[in-house]
Design a binder for this molecule. Structure first.
Ligand SMILES: Nc1ncnc2c1ncn2[C@@H]1O[C@H](COP(=O)(O)OP(=O)(O)OP(=O)(O)O)[C@@H](O)[C@H]1O
Length: 250
């Protein structure tokens, strides 16, 4: 069953069409990928799903309800959370206090919010840093903090925007099981990511966006051999060139 459906989403910024009639659906309990070259419209689509920007046209349905006209805070309460590409923690607050910012959505008292924040921070591997100022975290720590802040809102759908960007290969390897464990805990995930190896190993299904349009959908294996996807990343004629080269090597 689909937890999220996006139908014909379009977003214009003046003369620029950032998202152009894109449709996708995210199955409940899945990790679904959204990939595409720089400027394809991935972050804009996240912004539309989370309700930070209004669609120019199209519809967003969450848990069977049309949420197209709902404000971001209403969607957050319904269970949609997102991370941001550029991580901006409150540097002088502790890691736990930063995570509690998310927890306040469903926990009114400071004690409850902090207790929930502590559980979530431990879940993403920030247990040893709970009382450190967020400003002292490494890039990898900040990425985990961003994940924890979104997770602390107790979402049903988590939109992860490049949470692996800027990490080294061993930090990426450490982060993959954390993301899987979040899904195994019952949170559906839609992930935008340029680190292809991670996308291929994490996702059951992938949507490929290019120039605001969905140009391919399928399993990681299907996507990897789709000529339209190769062309979108490597340029016009690339699929044919690669095929000719591998035929030449055969
Ligand atoms: N608020 C805005 N005002 C004007 N143009 C915007 C705005 N937000 C995004 N755009 C433009 O929309 C297009 C899509 O941008 P977007 O950031 O969604 O792409 P992306 O696929 O997330 O790219 P990347 O992989 O580089 O993060 C780009 O041309 C971008 O410059």
């Amino acid at each position: 069953m689909s937890l999220l459906q996006v139908e014909g989403a379009t977003k214009r910024f003046g003369g620029l069409v950032a998202v152009d009639g894109a449709s996708l659906d995210v199955a409940e309990g899945s990790i679904t990928g959204l990939i595409g070259p720089n400027g394809a419209g991935k972050t804009t689509l996240f912004t539309l799903i989370a309700g930070f920007e209004r669609l120019t046209a199209g519809r967003v349905t969450f848990q069977g309800a049309d949420v197209t006209a709902h404000e971001a805070h209403v969607r957050a309460r319904a269970g949609i959370a997102r991370t941001f590409q550029i991580v901006q923690p409150f540097a002088s607050l502790t890691v736990c206090e930063n995570v509690a910012v998310g927890a306040y959505l469903r926990h009114r008292s400071r004690a409850d919010a902090m207790a929930h924040a502590e559980r979530v921070a431990r879940q993403v591997g920030l247990g040893p840093m709970l009382d450190q100022p967020a400003g002292s975290l490494t890039v990898a720590g900040r990425k985990r903090l961003e994940l924890a802040r979104a997770l602390a809102t107790d979402p049903r759908l988590l939109l992860l925007d490049e949470v692996l960007a800027g990490l080294n290969p061993s930090e990426i390897r450490d982060m993959i099981p954390v993301i899987r464990a979040i899904r195994d805990g019952g949170v559906t995930i839609l992930i935008v990511e340029h680190v292809m190896q991670a996308v291929m190993s994490l996702c059951e299904r992938i949507f490929v966006l290019a120039q605001g349009r969905v140009i391919a959908t399928g399993t990681p294996a299907e996507i990897a051999r789709d000529p339209a996807v190769v062309e979108a990343y490597l340029g016009h004629g690339a699929a044919a060139r690669l095929q000719a080269r591998s035929a030449g090597h055969a």
